[in-house]
Write a protein that binds this ligand. Sequence first.
Ligand SMILES: Cc1cc2nc3c(=O)[nH]c(=O)nc-3n(C[C@H](O)[C@H](O)[C@H](O)COP(=O)(O)OP(=O)(O)OC[C@H]3O[C@@H](n4cnc5c(N)ncnc54)[C@H](O)[C@@H]3O)c2cc1C
Length: 599
Amino acid sequence: MASGREQEEDKTGSASSASSANTGVAVDVLVVGSGAGGMSAAITAAFKGLSVLVVEKDARIGGSTARSGGWLWVPANHLARRAGVEDDVDGARSYLRALAGPSYDVARVDAFLRDAPEMLAFMERESCVRFVFGAGYPDYEAALPGAAAQGRSIFTEPYDGRELREELRNLAMPMRESTFLGIAFNTGPELRHFFNATRSLTSALFVARRLLRQLVDVVVHGRGTRLVSGNALAARLLRSAIDRGVQIWRSAPAVELMVDDGRVAGAVVEHNGQQVRVIARRGVVLATGGFSHDRERTAAQFPHLRDGASHASLVPPGNSGDGIRLAQRAGGEFDDSLSSPAAWAPVSVLRRGDGTTGVMFHLIDRGKPGVIAVSPQGVRFVNESDSYHRFVLAMQRDCRRAGEVYAYLIADHQALRKYGLGAVRPAPMPIGSFLRSGYLRRAQTLGELARQLDVDPQALEATVESFNVAAARGEDPQFGKGSSPYNRLLGDPEMRPNPCLRPLGPGPYYAIRLVPGDLGTFAGLRTDARSRVLSSATGAPVEGLYAVGNDAASIAGGAYPGAGAMLAPAMTFGYRCGLDLALHEAEVREGRRGHAQAL
Ligand SMILES: Cc1cc2nc3c(=O)[nH]c(=O)nc-3n(C[C@H](O)[C@H](O)[C@H](O)COP(=O)(O)OP(=O)(O)OC[C@H]3O[C@@H](n4cnc5c(N)ncnc54)[C@H](O)[C@@H]3O)c2cc1C
């Protein structure tokens, strides 16, 4: 296996733009951020024989990638083909064109469609990153030209964390709210076992085995080792990077780019209490995961924050827009022309037993029968089973009251106990602590529930009454809940004729308050098809500077195509950028290397 060249100590001179830095190293490639974008670039560049250093601001590796579902959206991928599902790249192109509207970038979309399947094949061949075909997983916007009924969404194969050996403790954890007794479970069959544990012996045995393994893991390794979803993806990327000889510094934020005569020649990185000048002979790859926690930029970009409402991000706090800020200082352009600045997600906020605050992603519960969403005025405002992104767009439009944007998810008793709601788990798990903390509201009648929520009781009663009449026929004339393949995927396959619909039954009734959240940002640095950051002054590439993942503007123009639509471009452009950095070997060795060392 090819491994990167050793880093070279660089103790020559000091860059004028980094005068406080007192030690230095030189590498071919400096990658800033250890999520899917950065690690894919690092693995590819190292595969090409370049020496690579990844610096990560957090004490642990993986960023949002380690918290994510681990899905990738890759049109015409070989896993689908192997499963007998053919896809048509032109269809995917039409779909992206329809989604992106005026933001459609022909060159970047073409590069994505060409490189994404190639990136998958590369990862499968040259790394331990593996994916599984997501059978029956449709695109989110079925009504648009080129939408696929299945084939484009694939998910990360679970991973045995013990393969990481001592590095396991350096891997970021999954979100607490997406685990059960510390166990993260995969979408699909595993999740079904957890839901069915009280009704099926097979499921009960499956859950018992998982609990036992978790117990042993926690005693031996201090955490679970059966890694799934995005945690498996981050672990697989980490293992592969280490195997390729990539160096990784943790708790090491990049704080400044070193620019020489218009060319980015490296960065100043804080490491072990020192400011280290890292010279990057080939280039610097910004992969800091976007600006979800950049107070200033989100206040300017997120429409509901602009109006003074609240927001709760699912993204780790370290993703605070560093990459975008660094690039802008070096002349890079920030593109905020997209229809949405972020990938929206409806979330609820809860106080945990230990006093800390958790943010819960409402991914599936909205789509279940016996559940509806209402505005602060007590009326339905959306097809609850549509994508999380669309759901929040509807909240922003229709759920304003007294300067806030919020909605309520309402469920009857049967739905709450069968499917759970937000952080509340299905029966037999107790709900008392959620009621006591006020996270979950309960009342015997809809009128009483409405009064607790400060919603007009008559409006809520009228909403449920008219919803129930049509739901009894399996219809939702108002919003079409259950009308698309993605809607039906979120429903309950046992519910006929519409897996997403039935009338709300007798009380008690329950409610959870939803606020807008995000999975990551869409607005980002303007880049070309090779991931090079483009200058705001000239439109030409800023030499030596790349941006991938959420540091780069999204290729879908602010829309959400389907499951995996963020990780797939992150890894694809990471891969492309790794290849690009390896180009022009002779030129760089002769010219730029000497140039960088003279700094
Ligand atoms: C709950 C959840 C579920 C999701 N599920 C999916 C899914 O299934 N499919 C999908 O496509 N997308 C999903 N997403 C979105 C997806 O996870 C992100 O878009 C993607 O992980 C971003 O990758 P990245 O490489 O850009 O950034 P990240 O993975 O966030 O990595 C960025 C890293 O950069 C580090 N960093 C920040 N500043 C600095 C600095 N100055 N110096 C050094 N390091 C720095 C951060 O600490 C972080 O570790 C999900 C997101 C969430 C929150």
